[in-house]
Ligand binder design. Structure first.
Ligand code: B12
Ligand code: SF4
Length: 582
């Protein structure tokens, strides 16, 4: 009979907005796979009675992006259990200041705290010296966890329960195999806080490429580690038993998962034979259309949306960032292949490569709008993320970088650009969103979507969210949720807690203004869609340059524009390419 308790409270911290309030929502849009992974591992230890036959391990999981954390409540529940800890899970660099603020409160109450995730792992993997924020955490008595926890959680929990934890657990050189590894899982009440009832899993980790701005390869490695089709079936069945059949597959590059085919075949079987209504969102690279059968099988397996790292259209920038695998002469064909499969495409575009200028970016976005049939384009600042080669090199050369980790959210300029001042770069970022999500281009995207059979409601909703997140809520769509919440007392340390007489009237006005702007935007986009649909038959028959096939002898403007740079790119077409004649 269990008669002792050990309570693990897992929190995936969010980060702060520019006023110092935690970015959190009534419902978030993307689930946290890090939280699901660590939760699954602790559940497994609970079932295995890792802490002894008389100890019951209880575990709670909260994503701060959709849940207001009661620090006092958590302290009370751990004290009531008699033993336990707070795990700050999947902490990215931009979330580290928030994680430290939470840790400080728990440590002040004597509660053990551990922090894991990409910031700790990336810093320990790439830097020769411990950065100040990690040192501060250690000084507070926080345990730092680097590397993956599959196969290691029992040791960690035993140390926690015995009060014998080491300051740092570093498993960076001991990455686990994922075949038959513990499944990521979350309790239904946690999943219910994500709009659309999505959950997530990783079918693999690691990526073979070498992009210099990327942290993933230095944390998860360049070798593909992957789950088996049996594992994925197990994950899907376990979730389906709780009524969850929508998944964000978090592999950074599912197309390079060595097991992609057996996994997709199994999902197709579940959909077509057993009628599971599986929906998938995948992340893939720009060469995925070259893999025979990949796109067709992804669509049959239930993929309705893909994220693609386009990053830039200038081959020189791509080469500079070691993103040699991105071939701009293939972009249009790749998007068209997804369109044929009726899958909506989201592409990431990085602003601030060394050759970028205000003018060149404006020109490039116009070319993308005309030439590439991508639906959602999302912009990021080129950011030296801790854990990336770029960060390591800048650090080694002593180049100044923003010391405030809260700004490493890819929405801020964190280091100097050779051609643009900070102000110009910020303007470029704001302009990029404005240019791409102009009403005129919204109309074009809708027309292309209708002509290629993409779900109309989905495209309308996605465009509304992407356009409104940045304009109205002032956050990147990847951080967006529904119903912004700001808690007066949960403000960044060092900033004053507002007087209630000032805070609440300001919040009401803030909320009403946002609601009004959303209402206007929704109405406007619906009216655009209605007008397109009213053009009887025209919408279905719509054609423009982006929807037309790229003929081998008459390439698009995109290729012509960069023709002189293409031959320098690895894997460039064999035939000669000269400006204006491709
Ligand atoms: C899914 C994902 C998201 C999702 C959900 C976030 C999440 N963590 O689940 C969404 C779309 C919301 C997202 C958003 C962003 N993301 Co993101 N995201 C990812 C992605 C693709 C997968 C995360 C994941 O599930 N990894 C697998 C898990 C299992 O690994 P893990 O987190 O390291 O956890 C393991 C260990 O670290 C350890 N561990 C972790 N925590 C703890 C705690 C304890 C107590 C213990 C013992 C162990 C432990 O055990 C876990 C299991 O092995 C990663 C890339 C990647 N390959 O990881 C990027 C990544 C984490 N994201 C990144 C970034 C920059 C962002 C954004 C800032 C950028 C943006 N605008 O998109 C926003 C931030 C918004 C926010 N507030 O979250 C960067 C972070 C780099 C860094 N140094 O900070 C990454 C690494 C990608 C990159 N570009 O390099 N992201
Ligand atoms: S393709 Fe994506 S995951 Fe792979 S190294 Fe480049 S940025 Fe990182």
């Amino acid at each position: 009979m269990a008669n002792r308790k050990f309570r693990a409270i897992l929190i995936k911290p969010s980060h702060y907005d520019s006023d110092g309030y935690v970015i959190q929502w009534w419902r978030s849009t993307i689930p946290s796979n890090s939280l699901a992974s660590v939760y699954g591992l602790i559940l497994e230890c609970a079932a295995a009675k890792t802490l002894g036959p008389d100890v019951e391990i209880e575990v709670e999981a909260y994503d701060e992006c959709n849940t207001i954390i009661s620090v006092k409540g958590a302290i009370r529940r751990i004290r009531r259990a008699g033993c336990g800890f707070v795990g700050l899970v999947g902490v990215q660099s931009n979330q580290f200041p928030r994680a430290l603020d939470l840790a400080r409160q728990f440590r002040a109450a004597g509660i053990p705290v551990a922090i894991g995730g990409f910031h700790v792992s990336g810093c320990l993997a790439m830097l020769s010296e411990m950065p100040p924020d990690l040192r501060e955490a250690l000084d507070l008595g926080v345990v730092l966890y680097a590397g993956e926890a599959e196969g290691q959680m029992d040791v960690f929990l035993r140390d926690m329960a015995a009060g014998t934890t080491k300051p740092i657990y570093n498993y960076m050189t001991d990455l686990p195999q994922l075949a038959a590894a513990t499944y990521p899982t979350l309790p239904p009440e946690t999943v219910a806080r994500v709009a659309g009832h999505y959950t997530s899993f990783d079918a693999g980790r690691g990526c073979p490429f070498q992009c210099s701005f990327c942290t993933i390869i230095n944390v998860q490695g360049r070798k593909s580690r992957y789950r088996t089709a049996d594992d994925v079936e197990g994950i899907v069945r376990a979730n389906a038993a709780q009524g969850i059949t929508r998944f964000f597959v978090t592999d950074d590059n599912f197309a390079r998962n060595k097991n992609w085919e057996p996994i997709l075949d199994r999902l197709i079987e579940l959909r077509e034979r057993e009628r599971f209504s599986i929906r998938l969102m995948l992340q893939v690279d720009t060469l995925c259309h070259r893999i025979p059968g990949f796109i067709e099988k992804a669509a049959r397996a239930g993929c309705t949306a893909v994220f693609i790292g386009l990053e830039n259209i200038n081959p020189e920038s791509l080469l500079g960032a070691k993103k040699r695998q991105n071939k701009i002469w293939e972009y249009r064909e790749m998007f068209q292949a997804w369109k044929r499969a009726r899958v909506m495409t989201y592409a990431g575009y990085i602003l601030g490569f060394p050759t970028d200028t205000h003018e060149s970016i404006a020109r490039d976005i116009e070319v993308i709008k005309q030439e590439l049939p991508v639906e959602l384009l999302e912009f990021f600042f080129l950011t030296p993320l801790p854990g990336s080669e770029d960060h390591k090199n800048l650090s080694a050369r002593g180049v100044p970088m923003d010391p405030d980790m809260n700004n490493y959210d890819l929405e801020h300029a964190c280091t100097a650009h050779p051609a643009m001042s900070k102000q110009v770069w910020e303007r470029v970022y704001a302009d990029a969103w404005r240019r791409y999500y102009s009403d005129e281009h919204i109309k074009t995207i809708m027309r292309r979507a209708i002509a290629t059979g993409i779900n109309r409601t989905k495209i309308l909703d996605a465009l509304t969210v992407f356009s409104g997140a940045v304009r109205i809520e002032k956050v990147h769509p990847l951080q967006f949720g529904f119903g912004r919440r700001k808690i007066r007392t949960q403000r960044r340390s060092g900033l004053p807690v507002s007087n209630p007489l000032i805070f609440y009237p300001w919040r009401i006005l803030d909320l009403l203004t946002a609601l009004f702007k959303w209402w206007r935007l929704i109405r406007r986009y619906r009216a655009i869609m209605a007008r397109i649909l009213a053009e009887s038959g025209a919408a279905e028959n719509y054609v423009d340059a982006a929807l037309q096939p790229v003929a081998a002898d008459s390439a698009d403007n995109l290729v012509r524009m960069f023709a002189d740079l293409i031959p320098k790119t690895y894997g460039a077409p064999k035939h000669s390419v000269t400006a204006g004649n491709y």
